[in-house]
Design a protein around this ligand. Structure first.
Ligand SMILES: CC(C)(COP(=O)(O)OP(=O)(O)OC[C@H]1O[C@@H](n2cnc3c(N)ncnc32)[C@H](O)[C@@H]1OP(=O)(O)O)[C@@H](O)C(=O)NCCC(=O)NCCSC(=O)CC(=O)O
Length: 355
């Protein structure tokens, strides 16, 4: 069974306190949005205290075209990605970039051809034969899906070491002239984050004496005709967020049967879980998980803590939760369920066992 040998996270340099974000939005949108004060309550209600930004707060007050946003995305995705990879390999006991067989690069908040992985390979000494697997458009589901695809690769090639790098600079897509409710809610919710995981096949010895999560099984599921639930509207000013207010109820109605069927197929059940590594999409998303799955709210503490300290960072978020679970909660023999959902609408589940 492939194992996750290490996970690293990197926080972009500027911290945004939620009260500061509320003040910023009040100043920017006053006189433009009716009932603004009523909607601003979401900043206090969302159970988010801090987020991280790529640019200083003043940058977000000005208009920027798509070209400028994307230039900044490429520049910072490369430099943050380099740091996250170095720290992941260091945590794995000093694995060399030259020994990496494949790199899965996950992102949905900017575009680049060649993809960011190739640009990073010009900064770090990777092998010329590394297999590049850039995946775009999975949004918040990307971190879990990336680990699943690395798992598939390691099953096919058991001596492989595969990096999964998630970079989302959500704040660079911020639209100061988009007066929709979704944009306003999104401004209270999304932040920037970077995470990297090293997944290795069965033939690779771990340097750590700590128990590591082995990937016992994975599953994907797609909800037909749900393109309008989550995504980007691409305009001349860049990406404008689409996310339906029905997401928590979609999760409540659609996720439970998927999870139950997945666990049953793998001869286990919700009552056997020690850890729930859930993507914290927002306060009501976590409530939907709790209601739909009828799980102990204690299992959601790592997800709630990450939401509180970082907001929703899209794809890396679930790896932040995994890193926290690995370092602060998990013991040998523990069983965990990793779950994330994203545009499609689709979901990815992984069953983990700490070995
Ligand atoms: C943002 C919140 C904390 C705010 O909670 P509150 O209790 O303060 O307020 P509320 O839910 O009543 O919402 C306040 C007002 O905003 C509106 N509103 C809420 N969400 C909206 C949305 N996505 N688009 C447009 N309007 C929206 C509500 O209808 C209401 O307006 P009115 O009163 O006029 O009706 C919560 O709504 C929340 O956690 N929502 C879930 C966020 C979410 O969808 N995250 C997933 C991102 S994608 C993702 O990450 C994938 C995944 O999660 O799996």
């Amino acid at each position: 069974m492939p194992k996750i040998h290490a996970v690293s996270t990197y926080n972009p340099p500027f911290t945004l306190v939620q009260t500061q974000a509320e003040h910023f939005v009040r100043t920017l949108f006053s006189q433009k949005i009716t009932q603004l004060e009523r909607y601003l309550r979401v900043f206090e209600n969302g159970e988010i205290l801090n987020r991280h930004l790529t640019m200083p707060i003043d940058w977000y007050k000005q208009d920027h075209d798509f070209a400028e946003r994307n230039r900044l995305y490429i520049e910072h995705a490369v430099s943050f990605g380099v740091t996250a990879i170095e720290s992941c390999l260091e945590k794995a006991g000093g694995v060399s970039t030259k020994d990496i067989d494949a790199i899965v690069f996950i992102s949905s908040t900017g575009i680049s051809t060649p993809s960011i992985d190739a640009r990073i390979m010009n900064k770090l000494p990777f092998s010329e034969h590394v297999v590049r697997i850039p995946i775009w458009g999975l949004g918040c589901g990307g971190g879990a899906a990336g680990i699943s695809r690395a798992n598939d690769y390691c099953i096919a090639h058991p001596a492989s070491k595969v990096l999964v790098l998630c970079v989302e600079l959500c704040s660079l897509t911020f639209q100061a002239n988009d007066l929709t409710k979704s944009n306003l809610i999104g401004t209270s919710l999304f932040g920037d984050g970077v995470a990297c995981a090293l997944v290795c096949g069965d033939a690779v010895m771990a340097s750590s004496r700590q128990p590591l999560p082995a990937i016992k099984a994975t599953a994907s599921k797609w909800l037909p005709n749900s393109e309008d639930v989550m995504g980007w509207a691409v305009e001349n000013t860049g990406f404008h967020v689409i996310f339906a207010k029905s997401i928590p109820s979609v999760i409540e109605n659609w996720l439970a049967p998927f999870v139950e069927e997945f666990l049953q197929t793998n001869k286990t059940g919700l009552s056997n879980l020690h850890h729930f590594v859930a993507h914290p999409g927002g306060k009501k998303v976590l409530v939907a998980y709790e209601t739909a799955l009828r799980i102990d709210s204690q299992l959601l503490i790592p997800s709630k803590t990450i939401l509180q300290d970082h907001g929703n960072m899209s794809s890396p978020t679930v790896l932040y939760v995994l890193e926290k679970t690995m370092t602060e909660y998990a013991n040998k023999g523990d069983i965990g369920l990793m779950a994330a959902l994203g545009p499609g609408f689709s979901g990815e589940l992984l069953l983990l066992e700490w070995k």
